[in-house]
Structures are given as structure tokens and as C-alpha cells.
Design a protein around this ligand. Sequence first.
Ligand code: L34
Length: 295
Amino acid sequence: MAAKIISGTEVAKAIREELKVEVAELTAKHGIVPGLVTILVGEDPASQSYVAAKNKSAHALGIHSEQVTLDVGTSEADLLALVNKYNNDPKINGILVQLPLPKHINEANVLYAIDPDKDVDGFHPVNVGKMVLGEQCFLPCTPHGILELLTRSGVETSGAEVVVVGRSNIVGKPIANLMLQKRPAGNATVTLCHTRTKDMAAHCRRADILIAAVGVPKMITADMVKEGVAVIDVGVNRIGMSASGKAILAGDVDFETVKEKASCITPVPGGVGPMTITMLMKNTVQAAKMAAKLI
Ligand code: L34
């Protein structure tokens, strides 16, 4: 079977069209302009490109966006002070501190300092706790994007065997948790594999839906999947540089061989990445509506 390619670019575009209408309506009817600030510490090229894409996307939707870039040597105290400034800025509904941070800054200290009502990444423990309990909260952008991709591509999750590879706080842990919940794109039987898993391939071969979020290029090979599997590839690995100086990207899945067995599969680029950015926009609009007591 040759797989259907799930275009995150297309699904993201459809969601952004919906959001654009919603933002225009919020502004026209209620005088609300949702506001987002992105904070980047240092000059990592991948982070720079993701943050630039987030600001560009915000701008295109009529969301007010501010982009702060700090020197790599910025102290934790200065970063915390900046976060605090935006916690108290009524124009800003969402605060995003791009990860990873330089080693001398304690990531948890910074994430915990963000007002949970402005935590559009969904990384604050209050939001993580609410997510696990199935309460209304900001869902983390990448897992949220995966749920939307599955729903909008018609992949049935209820009763499905889902295998997640990778246990990060940003992707693996939250997506595994969300998909076992009684919710849309949930009700799955979930297995979470990680570096200490015995016989990873055997687990993967049981999957109806396989979600790879490890950061190892082409780790999931065709012999590790069953015929008809739905594959979500979260990895965005830079594996080289083209002659024109552009990064060459590869997912965690060996796309060319796995697509011959899968029923559907997300590509890299153009799969989960654009969804991550779009769900950030959705969360920012949600934050603005919450701040205005509209939800
Ligand atoms: N705070 N830090 C915070 N929030 C996040 O949600 C992120 N993440 C991850 C890294 N750090 C973060 C992102 O934004 C990963 N990530 C992210 C976002 C977008 C894309 C990839 C990762 C993306 O758009 N990828 C494109 C390719 C872009 C390129 O050419 O490099 C794609 O099509 O996959």
C-alpha cells in the first residue's frame, strides 16, 4: 500500500483561515487584538527560524506580536524580569520562551514564572496538571497539532493501539496522556517507548498509530511498522546543508520506505512543524478570549 501523505501545511492553512476570521470578529465586535510575545535567548539558527515563523504567522492573522531576542549571555534574573514585565502587560495575552535555553539558565524556573493564563505553550505545571485531569487549559502546541492532524485526516483513534516513541515533556509525555483520555482524538490504548524500552521494534509493529518524537533521523524503519499503520513523524532533524546553504531536514521516520507500508504518513518538512506554529496561534486567541472573559 502506498500511503496517503498527510499535509500539515494544508491542514495548518485551513485552521489559520478559521482563526483569521475569528480574530477579525474579535477585533470588530469587541475591540480585542490578541497579543503574543516570543522571547529567544541566543542565536541558534533553528530556533531563530521557528520564532520568525511564529511572528510571521501571528502578523498574518491580525495578532499583535512582539519578538524579543536576547544575548546568549543574558542572566536568568534578567530573563525572569522580562517575563514578569510581560505578565503585567495587558496588550500581551501569550508569552512564549523558545526552548532550549542556554545551559546557565534553569528552564523550569523560567517556565514556572510565566503567568499560567498567558502560558500559550502549555508548559506551566498548572496547565500540565489541568491537561492530565482533562480540564480546560492550554494544550501544548505540538501534541495539540497532532490531535488536529489525526482528526482532520479521519484517523480513528478510539480503541486504536497507539505507540509513542520518545518521552519528552514537550511531545512524548503529553501526547501519550492526551490520547488515552476520553476526548476527541483520544480513547486509544497507549504504549510509550523510550531509550530503556526492551525490543522497541516489537512494540512499534503493534501500532495502528505510530508517533515518533525522538530526534534521531530515520530511526523508524519499514521493518518496524505493520502494514496499514498511520504514522506521525514529529522529528525535525538537520542532517546536512544543501549547496545553496539551506538545511536538509529528515524526520525520525525513514519516510521513503515506511510510506510503502503505511496507510497515511506525515512528511518532514510540511507535517507536524507547521501545525505546532498554528496551534500556538489558536492558543493565543484562546488566551485573549479568556482575558476578555469571553470564555
Ligand atoms: N517554547 N520551544 C517552545 N515552544 C515550542 O513549541 C517549541 N518548539 C520545539 C522547539 N522549541 C520550542 C517548536 O516551536 C520545536 N518547534 C518547532 C516549530 C516549528 C517547526 C519545527 C519545530 C517547523 O515549522 N518546521 C518546519 C521546517 C522548518 C525548517 O525549515 O527548519 C516543518 O515543515 O517541519
